[in-house]
Design a protein around this ligand. Sequence first.
Ligand SMILES: [Zn+2]
Length: 127
Amino acid sequence: MAEQVKVQGVFASMIALKCPQCHEGDLFKKPGLYTIGGMGDMYDRCPKCNLKYEQEPGFWWGSMYLNYGYSVAIMLPAFILFKVILGMSFYGSLACAGIILTLMIPVVFRFGRSSWLYWFGKYKKLV
Ligand SMILES: [Zn+2]
């Protein structure tokens, strides 16, 4: 019986922090989002298909633009929640939204890099 490997879709693989080319290899060395130390340690190449992740020097600078967008997408609704719905003061709402964003830093960082890599990568079935 042949081994059947289930390949995830593009979005599911991006969320799962998998390689954009094979959707199987991990991007980061430590799997948990909230690991102490080594949060940003990535493999240089995909462990499964050998795709080089950093495609050129300074490649990850671009992911910071996505991180900024994700940060705004987290901070703005959180601020509105605290200010408008819960009726907190301006600075109190800003502080609470900032705390939420601070707690989300590992998620934003890893998802920013993953989505940046998926922007430039495409799926190629391994043979
Ligand atoms: Zn791969």
